[in-house]
Design a protein around this ligand. Structure first.
Ligand code: FE
Length: 187
């Protein structure tokens, strides 16, 4: 079944667990975090693997390089595991305008929502904020002589892209992400 449930999280400041978090609670002894609830539409599908939390920490996905290589397509492996970058305007998501959510192509963790996507003109999918900041890891990247903040999936460590301080309101941030690092789940 492609889509199991489509639920809208309506309240803007609601401390109750979101549908995805409630699902996590039911499925294991992991405890859903209520640190940061989102008011964006939530979609549960087979392509989405919700975050799980144990002792307040995101449960990580760790695999050997050989396992990643066998599971990912060649370009996915190059970008996600080797910090590669796809050529601008070549990915299949930079010009996607469908409503839905974008999950990590490595582990299925929901990372970005269509409501936060904007036209950056760069040729890469661009967002002004992630679904949850604790699902994104930033680290300084000085490669190619540039001072940039690299963006990773906080669960599997898959390279997503970079974040720059020249985005639109309300955050002023531009998460510049590789299409190949994401899978899109239509609402
Ligand atoms: Fe991931």
């Amino acid at each position: 079944m492609k889509y199991l449930i489509i639920l809208l999280a309506i309240a803007a400041c609601n401390n109750a667990p979101s549908p995805a978090e409630a699902l996590v609670k039911e499925g294991s002894n992991a405890v859903a975090s209520t640190k940061e609830d989102s008011n964006i539409p939530e979609i549960v599908s087979d392509s989405i693997v919700p975050a799980q939390y144990l002792d307040g920490k995101l449960v990580k996905v760790e695999k050997t390089e050989d396992t990643w290589k066998s599971e990912l397509k060649e370009e996915e492996f190059r970008v996600l595991r080797k910090e590669g970058t796809e050529r601008a305007f070549t990915g299949d998501l930079w010009n996607n305008h469908e409503p839905g959510i974008y999950v990590c192509a490595g582990c299925g963790l929901p990372l970005f929502a269509s409501e936060t996507k904007f036209e950056s003109g760069t040729g890469w999918p661009s967002f002004f904020k992630p679904i949850r900041t604790d699902c994104i890891a930033d680290k300084t990247d000085n490669s190619y002589g540039m001072d940039r903040e690299e963006v990773e999936c906080a669960r599997c460590g898959g390279h997503q892209g970079h974040v720059f301080p020249d985005g639109p309101p309300p955050t002023g941030l531009r998460y510049c992400i590789n299409s190949v690092s994401l899978n899109f789940v239509k609402q």
